[in-house]
Write a protein that binds this ligand. Structure first.
Ligand code: V47
Length: 387
């Protein structure tokens, strides 16, 4: 590893703490965000990352399924949600969900990542049937399904407690929960970017309840809109605090705001500098999180690859058919084949390891046979998407 070189003297005491394995404070976090000495911050994050994971970089073969984009929340940050009769509104019949899942399984998916809108008319039973149907058809595929925001909405429409709602989801087949909907926990920010959505405190409470019943989850932070550095640090430390309590978070994913087609389209896009800074600072502050994901869909494969030297140890997956970011103007592909993910990882000097959702290495010889070809083979995708 190259030697640490610090240009900004304010980073020196922080570097000492990191090298001694000491926990960083809120002030340290703010100093890390404020400095322009990105290489020093990146070096420190890479140091922590290599101590935990050596040279390994994880990826998975997954399939996103967004059952509906109809949503009553009308978050200003979002370009995905539609009114029931709005242009481009859709809701899949369960048959269409099975079809998409079958495509994913043919591709070798070990995970379905399922999130959608808060639909005013679909009953909770639709979502439970969806989960049961998937589990019945593909018991070996991990269901990472529905954010804390959707859980709260299901509880409201089904007139159930959060715990009973989560229990019903678990019984229907949910294996873990994705990290979306966290945005920035601070109420000042939520009032502007997602004023009708689950509060930050409620998001954390639902995550706590899920973890207590053995459901693990991811966590995210949406950066690059109207939030301050203090509000980002507060968000990260609230996650760290809950993780101390439950140890239920699996991975953290910093998400770059994409303004296009949203009510905040006047805002500029986050820069590559901000992307790498957020990866590195989260790796340094979240000392009790095992994994930091560089989600290539939103970072672009180019920045995600560099992030593997700035604290990230995971590139997420092949994805297939991403909608939330593409509705908001993302110019990345909707799919990256396995071979390309491996190439990105190898070229960054890391060793690719295919993982399942909970970061167990995947042994393909133990999985049911899939359509001929390697998992994530692009020829399979073009074939299946034309069905
Ligand atoms: O919750 C919505 C964000 C999230 C926009 O858990 C936007 O493994 C940027 O949570 N610009 C959904 N972001 C994505 C998500 C996720 C992604 C990958 C992996 C995992 C995981 C979770 O996307 C939303 C919201 O925070 N989002 N609109 C937008 N215009």
């Amino acid at each position: 590893m190259a030697k640490l070189h610090i240009d900004d003297a304010r980073l020196k005491p922080i570097a000492e703490k990191v090298l001694a394995g000491e926990r960083l404070s809120a002030d340290d976090g703010i100093a890390l965000y404020r400095t322009n000495d990105l290489l020093a911050v990146g070096w420190l994050a890479n140091y922590v990352r290599e101590k935990r994971h050596g040279n390994v970089c994880y990826f998975n073969i997954n399939r996103h399924i967004n059952p509906t984009n109809v949503c009553v929340a009308h978050c200003r940050l979002c370009a995905f949600g539609r009114d029931p009769n709005g242009n481009g509104a859709y809701t899949y019949a369960l048959e269409e969900v099975w079809q998409r899942a079958a495509q994913g399984v043919a591709e070798g998916a070990t995970e379905f990542h399922i999130v959608g809108g808060l639909h005013p008319d679909l009953p909770f039973s639709y979502f439970l049937d969806l989960l049961r149907g998937l589990k019945q058809r593909y018991p070996h595929v991990h269901l990472k399904a529905f954010t804390m925001v959707e859980v709260q909405y299901f509880a409201k429409i089904a007139k159930m407690s959060i715990a009973d709602t989560l229990r019903a989801m678990k019984e229907a087949g949910v294996d873990s929960l994705p990290g979306g909907g966290a945005e920035i926990f601070n109420p000042r920010v939520r009032k502007v970017i997602c004023d009708h959505k689950t509060s930050g405190q409620m998001w954390l409470n639902i995550a706590r309840t899920a973890h207590q019943m053995g459901l693990r989850s991811n966590a995210t932070m949406l950066y690059g809109h109207i939030e301050s550095e203090e509000e980002r640090v507060e968000h990260l430390l609230l996650l760290r605090q809950l993780q101390d309590e439950t140890h239920g978070f699996v991975a953290f994913i910093p998400l770059a705001f994409h303004p296009e087609n949203t009510a905040l389209s006047h805002l500029p896009k986050p820069t590559g500098f901000a992307d790498l800074k957020n990866i590195a600072v989260s790796r340094l502050l979240l000392d009790n999180f095992d994994h930091i994901k560089a989600y290539w869909i939103m970072l672009t494969p180019r920045i995600a690859q560099i992030a593997l030297r700035f604290g990230a140890d995971d590139l997420d997956g092949t994805v297939i058919e991403e909608k939330i970011y593409h509705d908001a103007g993302a110019t990345t592909e909707q799919f990256t084949p396995r071979g390309e993910l491996e190439r990105l990882i190898r070229e960054a000097g890391r060793t690719p390891v295919e993982r399942d959702t909970l970061y167990n290495p995947v042994d393909r010889s133990k999985l049911p046979p899939m359509a001929s070809g390697r998992a994530g083979d692009p020829s399979l995708v073009s074939l299946t998407l034309n069905v």
